[in-house]
Ligand binder design. Sequence first.
Ligand SMILES: [Zn+2]
Ligand SMILES: [Zn+2]
Length: 633
Amino acid sequence: MAEPEKEAHGFVGAAADAFLRRRIHRQRMRTAGLRALREVVSQADLMRMDFDDAAEVFGRAAPWMTSYDAEVARTRRRRGQTRVPCLSVVMLVVGTRGDVQPFVVIGTRLARKNHRVRLATHAEFRPMVESAGLEFYPLAGDPRELVEYMIRTGGRLVPTRLDHIVEDVPRKRAVIGEILESTWRACTEQDPDDPAAKPFSAEWIIANPPSYGHIHCAEALDVPLHMVFTMPWTATSAFPHPMTRVPAGEHRPVRNFLSYGVANALMWGGVADVVNGFRENSLGLSSIDLAQGPSLLEDAEVPLTYLFPESVVPRPPDWGPHIDLTNFVFLDKGQTFEPPPELEAFLAAGKPPIYVGFGSTVVPDPAALTRTVFQALANAGARGIVSRGWGDVGHEAPPPHVHVIDDTPHDWLFPRCSVVCHHGGAGTTAAGLRAGLPTVVVPFFGDQFFWGQIVADAGAGPPCLPASDLTAEKLAEAFTACMASEIRGNARTLGRRIRAKDGADMTVASLYRQLPLRAMRCARDPGHLATVYCDPCRLRLCQSCYHDTHDGHRSHPYRYVDWSIRPVRKVSRELRDFVADAVGAVRAGLGEILPLGAPRRSGVVVGTRERGEKTARGVVWKAGRPEPSQPPG
Ligand SMILES: [Zn+2]
Ligand SMILES: [Zn+2]
């Protein structure tokens, strides 16, 4: 009887109710967890939590969770038996070419299943999208500007220096405002550059997290939302947020988990008023407060598919069933590639070379980096193919053991190489691992350090070499390490595993699995999307069934997803305090939880009160520093 009023009106079917219940489940559980927590200690590499089982909130939550389990079980049994109605799908993607390419492939697979697919991304990618046969819509924002911003701030999520804050934040906020406005047009308007374009209204939104507008547009349209991303974005104790760096040590799992909350709070804190302005003025929605903003996607358990396989990033056990790991998705171009004769001659003239390329990364001193790379190849006694992408590399004549190339498809080139060395971009890392090659990662900023760590953890390469202190000696040592049979064997095995599974097909299956299909389909014709609810007949119907057989019956528009349910203020108070403390700590200098090279300032803690303090409303847990580990009993 979770939604008695709605059931009385017959608006929402049982499955839709279940879908809504599942969305608030996580918020209730988290609040229950915070209230009933006795202590958290870090032991070895596990975070041990002790709960007060007598807490009354547990008694109330338990039956509720049982019904949730049963609903999940029923959903599992239904899998694979359902037809998916043809939908107008919009994919909102903000990022670089490498971020957009997988969505071209996934969009093509969806279009093959008769969906109308629009890929909304930056204007410069229009040719790539349209040549794949997909509809295009231009989003605001220049991907290069975002990359440059990351370099200027040293890969940090927020600038830590006052001059950066003064210069960069206003500009970045303006860009985010433009991106937000353009995501709503992408969901609802015709292509502005094609006068003959058909009207468009999104019935399903697929998005990557940096596109910002996703959940707000989904809430305004009452349509399903599914996130797809190339790097981890869901809180886990297994590894830190990929855009953060967290010190090692016994409390690492807790720090890892906290890094997500803080990163989200930071990102939200910087743009909250921009997002709320968009919600109120453009979408006519209510604004979102400090407690809800940073964790909208996680609290609502928005389904999320990660485009990397468990063989590369082991699935963290604390990720819920709404999260799927599939596989890398590649937009291959090798089959149509005509190699220049000089490249073919170089490849044929000796042993397979080492590939070195840093993508479109803007390198501070390209000439120095070029000399380092040439010298390292010579020291290791290896031949090298060096990609010109990053600046001045071609200005000096390369030595005979090096060949300099322009843009060359990875799927053609990498199988002809022995080792790859790159900046650790998600796409290049994936291409190198798929080819089964030992990998040397030279990270410059952001998630590149994460991918360097992943490669080393998988045994497919040596520990990564940060670009800031790269030398010819260190690089040559890394190249030599890649010739060792153990690393070569690990990389070969990993490559075989990656090649064995089609990431795009797995991703489409994951997208389908998470759709609330029972609530979406016309009761008379499961292949059609229900958009009308016939009141006297108590049926969800598609337009054609309604007009054919229910014309004149009293009806309502029918929506199958409601994203507007959020915990009431009373429930979210603990969360708001928790987030406010994190934001306060960050404003005071970041030092305590995310040492970023800046000196620590005294008095910066997450939470002014330590865990367990009694207040008027019972025990309130704050993210205080965890106690030293103690043996149980
Ligand atoms: Zn129908
Ligand atoms: Zn009727």
